[in-house]
Write a protein that binds this ligand. Structure first.
Ligand code: 5CA
Length: 442
């Protein structure tokens, strides 16, 4: 993509309405724009990141054996009356009437909808267990939407649902999501700490929140440093082996991890005996998983026949990831005074190519050559070909946080050299075009 054509409305000044760093940087980097309170449009740069986050979430759900569906945003109120949640959900639910005066709602979550689909389709134990997910927009009329996409009213969520014959089966499904979540957040370059949690309006009695570490996060985190040392991506997990999956879960659930509300300093000191192993920091909730047994399957009559032909009410769990919250959480965890520092896995482009003097024939020829080669090798590149001051180009490239920068000017071009900068470390090296391309796998 050429910057001269790209829709990237960056802002030089800090927008007054943004209280936290990710909101400021997402506005300044031209990633999002507010449509109304807690409702945002995603512009090209932000949308690219959102899609990458979504794809990592999808791949890890698929790997765990969960199948993708797509349920609607608009749901019928009747279904929610069956579960008893229509009245219970309160003012957070956006209620709508259609032209025939039928009560509808914009879904804040989909337990009812998926239970109806399951109930109408699956009648035998032979087709259980099942795990289904979708990635769809939700609406919750939050009292105080704030911090940009971090706490929006309309937001994109991955919500998954599991169906099992009994508690043991449901626990096996729960464990798969637990591990899939660890992998998902690790792939986005973050440490996720699973914490025992309250179940709130979703219900149930087994639940974990996943908190990613970020110095500027909303919650205070107290945990064992072993969480940070564990490499969940280092070995391939076999999701079809329940004891292997459970082993990973047990390792994590045996360690001390609390947020400030539940923190007990003396338990922390006792359980994490070595002071050097105690980690105190901040974090952001990005995922939440629940086991709630028959809370929805009972009222909605989701039953299957067991081996002896007897009807059995299925045990369920639900598993959410805040997909549109993720880009903001990643920025909170990864930025500096000059802007965003994207981990490669979610970066909107892998490299920014800066031509510091467009009217220099050698520099422009070299840039065009690099640009063509990167594109041929399918390396995503943003090429700043505009006739702008070099300083403004550098500042904008740092602000949008692409992992690599190639800087080409008349002096280097004359010698056939390009400067390659690592956005995260600031380290710069001068290389031949071929050597620079090779470092990016092109
Ligand atoms: N049905 C369950 C799981 S599928 C559920 O709704 N869980 S939840 O309420 O905890 O939401 C799941 C995730 O969505 C949260 O961990 C959070 O990352 C994200 N989320 C929740 N509310 C918002 C919001 N207002 N704005 C952005 N993300 C949100």
């Amino acid at each position: 993509m050429r910057s001269s054509q790209f829709f990237l409305p960056t802002l030089r000044e800090n927008p007054a309405e943004a209280e936290i760093v990710s909101h400021r940087l997402m506005l300044r980097a031209g990633m999002i724009r507010q449509a109304s309170a807690g409702i945002y449009s995603w512009l090209p740069l932000g949308f690219k990141v959102l899609k990458k986050v979504e794809q990592i979430v999808r791949e890890e759900q698929d790997r765990a054996g969960c199948q993708e569906v797509l349920m609607p945003t608009i749901q019928s109120a009747d279904l929610w009356k069956e579960s008893g949640r229509y009245d219970a959900y309160g003012k957070e639910m956006l209620r709508i009437k259609d032209r025939r005066d039928r009560e509808m709602l914009y879904g804040p979550t989909n337990e009812e909808q998926i239970t109806q689909i399951f109930r109408d389709s699956i009648k035998s134990y032979r087709y259980v267990p099942k795990m289904l997910y979708h990635i769809q927009w939700k609406f919750r009329d939050e009292v105080r939407p704030r911090f940009g996409v971090m706490r929006g009213r309309e937001f994109l969520m991955k919500d998954a649902y599991s169906f099992d014959m009994d508690y043991e089966g449901a626990k096996r499904s729960y464990n798969k999501f637990f591990v899939a979540y660890l992998r998902t957040f690790a792939r986005m370059g973050m440490h996720a700490i699973p914490m025992e949690a309250e179940t709130g309006p979703i219900g149930g009695n087994l639940s974990h929140e996943f908190i990613v570490l970020a110095d500027t996060g909303e919650s205070q985190v107290y945990c064992d440093r072993k969480f940070l040392d564990y490499d969940v991506l280092g070995k391939d997990i076999n999701y079809e082996n329940p004891s292997e999956v459970e082993g990973v879960v047990k390792h994590f659930t045996s360690l001390y991890a609390r947020t400030d509300e539940k923190h007990d300093q003396s338990a922390f000191e006792k359980e994490v005996a070595d002071a050097g192993q105690r980690y105190v920091g901040r974090g952001i909730e990005v995922g939440h998983i629940f086991y709630f047994g028959t809370k929805y399957s009972e009222p909605l009559k989701a039953q299957v026949q067991d081996k002896d032909g007897n009807p059995l009410t299925v045990h369920m769990g639900s598993y959410g990831i805040g997909v549109s919250r993720m880009p903001a959480a990643i920025i909170e965890a990864s930025h500096d005074e000059n802007g965003i520092v994207w981990p490669e896995s979610v970066a909107p482009f892998k490299v920014g190519l800066i031509n510091i003097k467009v009217d220099d024939a050698a520099a422009t020829r070299m840039c065009e050559d690099i640009y063509a080669k990167l594109r041929n090798a399918n390396v995503e590149v943003l090429y700043d070909d505009r006739d702008e001051r070099a300083g403004a180009k550098f500042a904008e490239m740092d602000l949008i946080g692409l992992p690599w920068q190639f800087v080409v000017g008349p002096r280097g071009a004359a010698k056939g050299l390009v400067e390659m900068k690592n956005r995260k470390t600031g380290e710069k090296v001068e290389l031949s075009v071929d050597a620079a391309l090779e470092r990016l796998g092109a």
